[in-house]
Design a protein around this ligand. Structure first.
Ligand SMILES: [Fe+2]
Ligand SMILES: [Fe+2]
Length: 156
């Protein structure tokens, strides 16, 4: 891992996928995952722009896929815990997107494809759209569930 990080050191441009407070949904663990994902997409973008080698791209992509997979699992656990009514649709959105990322990862691994700025833009767009709609609804539901629980325990 340390080697990977050294390999990737170089010019960082953090402005490709802008993530500001307006993108936050108000649930700490979700927001910190989202910020990490945005950072890793920026890292991948930077590597593509500076024409870094295939090994670097593979390494960053595998981190992106792992971050995303872990994040999706965390959200899905949260949904199950709160018996969230949109669980099925939300999980389906995750699966479709994860498959797009894994498709790119397979191509890069096989040496048959490379990430392009257009592809990364479409990932960033999807992610922002999903966050502002689907994840924001989940965070609001979880926060209300927390309020309901507080009220119930106050009445005990
Ligand atoms: Fe999310
Ligand atoms: Fe989500």
């Amino acid at each position: 891992m340390a080697n990977d990080l050294n390999l990737r050191k170089g010019k960082m441009t953090m402005s490709f996928f802008e993530w500001d407070a307006q993108c936050d949904v108000g649930e700490f663990s979700i927001d910190s995952d989202h910020r990490m994902f945005a950072r890793s997409i920026n890292e991948l973008h930077d590597a593509v722009q500076s024409k870094r080698g295939n090994e670097v791209l593979k390494s960053i992509l595998s981190d992106v896929v792992r971050l995303l997979t872990d994040h999706f699992v965390r959200e899905e656990e949260l949904m199950k815990k709160h018996q969230y009514p949109e669980y099925g649709d939300h999980k389906m959105e995750h699966e479709l997107f994860a498959e797009r990322l894994r498709g790119l990862q397979r191509e890069v691994e096989a040496g048959t494809g490379l990430p392009t700025v257009e592809t990364l833009s479409s990932f960033a767009d999807w992610f922002q759209h999903h966050t502002k709609g689907t994840d924001t609804r989940l965070a609001a539901y979880v926060s209300k569930a927390g309020d309901r629980q507080d009220t119930a325990s106050d009445q005990m």
